[in-house]
Write a protein that binds this ligand. Structure first.
Ligand code: NAP
Length: 290
C-alpha cells in the first residue's frame, strides 16, 4: 500500500519536514503544505507535491498528517479543510496538543465523518530525520493497522493504545520527564558555576553511570556553550509545560513541571523563545549566566 498511498503533510517545520522526507523515501506520494511555503521547498525538490492550500493538500489523500505548532493552530487549519478530506482517509494528528484540544479535534473529525488517530511522537529533529521517532497511536485498531506503513516510515517503535486521548496522555507523561531532565540539567550546570565548579566535571562525573543520560549530555553541552541550535523551540516547550501542569491539576504536585515552566517562561521573556529549549538554562540563572 505504501508505494501507492498519498499522504498530505500539513506543517513542514522542524519535525514535519523530516517526517515528510522519510515518507518520500518510503515511496509514499507526499503532498506538503506549510504556511510559510519556502520551508516546504526542499521537500518539493525531493519529489513532494507543493499544495497552495491545506484543502488542496488533503483532497483525495489517503492520510492527512498534522504536525502544526499547537492545538488552536491544528483546529483552525483542519476546521476549514475537513470537508475536502476523503471519507475513507485517516487523519493522523501528531502535534503535541494536550488533553482538551485532542478531544476537540477528535470531535471535529467525528462530526466530519473522518477517522482520527491521536498519534503524537517522541523524538526530536535528528530522530525525525533518521526515522527513529516513537509513535504513540490511539484510536480504532483497524485505523492503526492501516497506518502502520506510515508509522514505520517515520518511527522505530509504535506504542498502540486504545481510546482517543490515551496517546496524548502518554505524550504529556513522557514530555514531563523530558522537561524535568532538561530543567535538572540546567540547574546542575547553574549550580556548578555558582559554586565555582567546572560544569564539564558534572557531565564527566555522571558519564557512563546510572545517573547519566545522553539527553542531558546533549542539552548540557548546549548550556555550557551557551549556544542553542534549534531542535525543539523553547516556546513550544512552554506550551508543553503548561499542558502538563494543567493535566496534573489537583491530583499531582507537579513541582518539577512548575519549575520548568517558570524557567522556560523567563528564558522566553529574555528573548530565547525561538532558540532550542536548552536555553531554559538562561531562565535558571538569576544573574549574568556567563
Ligand atoms: P515548528 O518548526 O515551529 O513548526 C510549527 C509548524 O506550525 C510550522 O509548520 C508553522 O508554520 C506552523 N504554524 C504555526 N503557527 C501557525 C498558524 N497560525 N497557522 C498555520 N501554521 C502555523 O515546530 P516543530 O518542532 O516542528 O513542532 C511541531 C509540533 O510537534 C508541535 O506541537 C511540537 O510541540 C511537536 N513536537 C516537536 C518536537 C521537537 O523536538 N521539535 C518533538 C515532538 C513533538 P510556519 O513555518 O509558517 O511558521
Amino acid at each position: 500500500m505504501s508505494d501507492q498511498a498519498t499522504i498530505a503533510v500539513l506543517g513542514t517545520g522542524i519535525m514535519g519536514a523530516p517526517m515528510a522526507g522519510r515518507l518520500l523515501d518510503a515511496g509514499f506520494t507526499v503532498r506538503v503544505w506549510n504556511r510559510t511555503a519556502s520551508k516546504a521547498a526542499p521537500l518539493v525538490e525531493r519529489g513532494a507535491i507543493a499544495a497552495d492550500s491545506p484543502a488542496d493538500a488533503v483532497r483525495g489523500a489517503d492520510f492527512v498528517l498534522t504536525m502544526l505548532a499547537d492545538g488552536p493552530t491544528v483546529h483552525a487549519v483542519m476546521s476549514d479543510v475537513l470537508p475536502a478530506v476523503a471519507p475513507d482517509a485517516i487523519w493522523l494528528q501528531a502535534a503535541t496538543v494536550g488533553l482538551a484540544h485532542i478531544e476537540a479535534l477528535a470531535k471535529l473529525a467525528d462530526d466530519a465523518g473522518v477517522t482520527f488517530l491521536d498519534s503524537p511522537v517522541l523524538g526530536t529533529k535528528q530522530p525525525a530525520e533518521t526515522g527513529q521517532l516513537v509513535v504513540m497511536a490511539a484510536g480504532p485498531d483497524d485505523a492503526i493497522e492501516r497506518s502502520v506503513p506510515v508509522f514505520e516510515a517515520i518511527g522505530r517503535k509504535i506504542i498502540r493504545l486504545s481510546g482517543t486521548g490515551a496517546a496524548s496522555k502518554l505524550k504529556l507523561v513522557v514530555n514531563g520527564w523530558v522537561l524535568g531532565l532538561t530543567n535538572a540539567g540546567a540547574e546542575a550546570i547553574g549550580l556548578s558555576r555558582a559554586l565555582g565548579v567546572d560544569p564539564e566535571l558534572f557531565l564527566e562525573t555522571i558519564s557512563g553511570g546510572a545517573a547519566d543520560s545522553p539527553y542531558v549530555r546533549i542539552k548540557g553541552r548546549a548550556m555550557i556553550d551557551d549556544d542553542y541550535p534549534l531542535s525543539f523551540p523553547l516556546d513550544l516547550a512552554v506550551k508543553d509545560a503548561r499542558l502538563i501542569v494543567e493535566a496534573a491539576g489537583d491530583d499531582v504536585d507537579a513541582g518539577a513541571a512548575v519549575a520548568a515552566l517558570r524557567h522556560l517562561e523567563r528564558a522566553s521573556e529574555l528573548g530565547y523563545g525561538e532558540t532550542d529549549m536548552a536555553a531554559i538554562y538562561r531562565g535558571v540563572i538569576k544573574g549574568d549566566p556567563s
